[in-house]
Design a protein around this ligand. Structure first.
Ligand code: NOJ
Length: 565
């Protein structure tokens, strides 16, 4: 590492309530050893970059031993690092060195399923039906006279069926096993005490190594109805056979007890995809998870009404349980915001991703920059997916033979998959691999970067005051310095007073306001004493279309009151 100058981590126990958390997809962040795949050495070499960006924590996608059938969400050993990414010692080193720079580490725990190469599953395959080894998974005989029909018709989150038939040692067809994702990701049976014990032990293993929290993968899927019924057409909340079952909450209460047994706060962050905001908030009760990703906001289109509804609904759902909201514009699963917001339909939905969707990237970038200021000003914590701070678009023209994502293949090639948001970061230089790999390395990046990214490298943006990187750096520095940003209350300003209902305007405390123009024409700004930051150039003091601004305000004035909450 170069210069060591650090920043003390926010040492209050509630750091996570208003933290900026940067998501590192290790495989695509930085390649330290020149093999074309990102690794922990690459992360260590760029920790100062993250400090200078101003983040409070890193969340690492899974970096454990894995055949990478689903980008590492198929874990073969939860206590070891995949050799492609480094060693356990290097992971410990990264955790320590990041903390010395004021950055906490959150790791990804994948409890719903393991890799089919995991020793438990290998033992289960080798054992007989009805054996204790099979009891840790969902092995079942098939239906039909010869067991030739799968036990249920549950549909995989990756399309297709959720059951794969095994083969007996004598070559005859055997039992089926359940996998909500790919066949390489068999689901664990969370009714089994071994499964619960093992995961609590994995949490301790990583908390003992200094991690500050865990992101819980597919957190609402773990528990299944053991009678394995079909999914009803209109499932009653809590009665779906494999989504959001009430018994799940005991799992997270036990995890919270493990987390709370450590000094300082160790946080549980849930990946909870649920439409029902009240059911979602149940995971955030004081003895369960600390926070969960807010996907509702991320999935909404670029519309003042839609985003305001989502903000109101989110805050209302969180209030009764006392948990802070999170704000998420993207992650390694979804279309990059620059691309999404540049489309006629700017909402996000896994089912509607298609090759060849017309996109205005200049428009998308303007909106993504405005969205960055909007989300950074909202109450709660903020997640930033690597590369969003550079304004990277989705790469939509990857060569067919480079694609790796099972979502693409399981859709029969209709869904472009998630590779386009996982392309390695451009750091420097004017040709691929743009400093992703050390100079002189001959292995190409595992996914090819577009030539056009020359203007988007960290190097190109770092000294350019109007770049997206500069915008993010300025926003996070201000967020850190402004006492009313992060966790805390917000108050809407009546945007109609500003002359347009396509405007979102709110106060954070008496001296700060955020105004976002989601409409097509410029609008006047409310009274202010200074412009702190803007996502685009103001014209004659007016806020142009698709632009956000942070304002220093006077405590109150008749035209710009501080409304009561
Ligand atoms: C959610 C993860 O974010 C995604 O990448 C993964 O494919 C599934 N869970 C299955 O683990």
């Amino acid at each position: 590492m170069g210069e060591q100058g650090g920043r003390a981590p926010r040492d209050d126990a509630a750091w996570w309530r208003g933290a900026v958390i940067y998501q590192v997809y290790v495989r695509s962040f930085a390649d330290g050893n020149g093999d074309g795949t990102g690794d922990l050495t690459g992360v260590r070499e760029h920790l100062e970059y993250l400090r200078d960006l101003g983040v409070d924590a890193i969340w690492f996608n899974p970096f454990y031993v894995s055949p990478l059938a689903d980008g590492g969400y198929d874990v073969a050993d939860y206590r070891a690092i995949d050799p492609a990414f480094g060693t356990l010692e290097q992971a410990e080193q990264v955790i320590r060195e990041a903390l010395a720079l004021g950055i906490r580490t959150i790791i990804d725990i994948v409890p719903n399923h393991v890799s089919d190469q995991h020793p438990w599953f290998q033992a289960a395959l080798a054992a007989a039906p009805g054996s204790p080894e099979r009891a840790r998974f969902w092995f079942r005989s098939g239906k039909g006279d010869a067991g030739e029909q799968m036990p249920t018709h549950w549909v995989s989150s990756f399309q297709g069926s959720t059951w794969t038939r095994t083969t007996n040692p004598d070559g005859t067809p055997g039992e089926w096993y359940l996998h909500l994702f790919t066949p390489e990701q068999p689901d664990l049976n969370w009714d089994h005490p071994d499964v619960r014990r093992e995961h609590e032990d994995i949490l301790r293993f990583w908390f003992d190594r200094g991690v500050a929290g865990v992101r819980i993968d597919s957190a609402a899927l773990l528990v299944k109805d053991p009678s394995l019924p079909e999914v009803p057409e209109y499932p009653v909340p809590g009665a779906h056979p494999h989504v959001d079952r009430d018994e799940l909450h005991d799992v997270y209460r036990a995890w919270r007890a493990v987390a709370d047994s450590y000094d300082g706060s160790r946080v549980l962050v849930g990946e909870v995809w649920l439409d029902d905001a009240e059911r979602f908030a149940r995971y955030l009760r004081p003895d369960e998870m600390h926070t969960a990703f807010n996907f509702d906001f991320m999935a909404r289109p670029w519309s003042a009404k839609e985003l305001r509804d989502s903000i109101d609904m989110t805050l209302a759902a969180h209030r009764p349980v006392g948990a802070p909201a999170t704000w998420v514009l993207s992650n390694h699963d979804v279309t990059r915001p620059v691309t999404r917001y540049g489309r006629a339909d700017s909402s996000f939905d896994f089912g509607s991703k298609r090759f060849g969707t017309p996109t205005d990237l200049a428009l998308g970038l303007r909106r993504a920059r405005a969205a960055a200021l909007l989300t950074a000003a909202l109450p709660g914590s903020l997640y930033v997916y690597q590369g969003d701070e550079l304004g990277l678009p989705e790469v939509e023209d990857l060569p067919a033979d480079a694609l790796q994502d099972p979502m693409h293949f399981r859709s029969g090639g209709v869904d472009p998959g998630r590779d386009g948001c996982r392309v390695p970061l451009p750091w420097s230089g004017s040709t691929p691999p743009f400093g992703f790999s050390p100079s002189g390395s001959t292995s190409p990046a595992w996914l090819p970067q577009p030539e056009s990214w020359a203007s988007l490298t960290v190097e190109a943006q770092a000294s350019e005051p109007t770049s997206t990187l500069s915008l993010y750096r300025a926003a996070f520095a201000l967020r850190r310095a402004e006492p009313d940003l992060g966790d805390g209350p917000m108050q809407w300003l009546d945007a109609r007073d500003l002359g347009d209902d396509a405007v979102l305007a709110f106060r954070r405390g008496p001296r700060f306001a955020c105004v976002v123009n989601l409409g097509p024409v410029a609008v006047d700004l409310p009274p202010h004493t200074a412009v702190l930051l803007a996502s685009g150039e103001l014209r004659d003091g007016r806020l142009p279309a698709d632009t956000a601004v942070w304002l220093r305000t006077t405590p109150a004035s008749p035209e710009f009151p501080v409304p009561s909450e």
